[in-house]
Ligand binder design. Sequence first.
Ligand code: B16
Ligand code: MG
Length: 226
Amino acid sequence: MQKTGVIFDLDGVIVDTAKYHYLAWKNLADKLGFEFTEKHNELLKGVSRVRSLEILLEIGNIKLSEEKKQEYLVTKNEEYLGFITKMKADEILPGALELLDTLDSLGIKYVLGSASKNAPLILKQVGIFERFAGIVDGNSVSKAKPDPEVFLIGAKKLNIPQENCIVFEDAIAGIEAANRANMTSIGIGNEETLHEADYNFENLTEVTSDFIKKLISEKNKKKHRV
Ligand code: B16
Ligand code: MG
């Protein structure tokens, strides 16, 4: 039997850091004099920090020099760090710890595959950094999701063929990246939004150990995308 590995996205799957990104980006928009709503913030989910700033500036129809952009990227992140350095274990999303326990009990290794350059800090804050077999974050990749690079590096860290990897993701770009990597994609969140995923769940409490066991046995028989 071939081994299976799991790759987790961070924001929106393990923790909800989108709300902190929102507060920090909203402050910048306020400073620049335009409205940035929670709906706008949806566009930034799963997207890199630099791309997030570009999208924000497009919303505000604002052009900035490279120097100013760099300055705002730094101040936004400083403000964001102010929030995440206060995070504690109670901010782990429901069902996440139970799922990690299930994977541990089945001897299935897991790594992180996140766009965030702050991913290791966040995992340490909430006390689960040590549980991961490896971390792939925004510092390790040259191409952002939907490019599959982040997950392909994750499969290497797991030392498991990419088609035997299962990805948990909350963003459209992340599901596309997992599908392009020929991995099993599991969408966490709105099913309509994440309709490209192989499986959909509203949140991790719905992902039972029976589902995981069944998925693993099915994966061993499954035909792969071509
Ligand atoms: P940072 P994920 C992503 O995390 C967030 O969803 C996205 O909103 C953020 O811009 C990105 O990380 C970069 O974060 O500024 O901390 O490097 O969903 O890929 O875990
Ligand atoms: Mg995410």
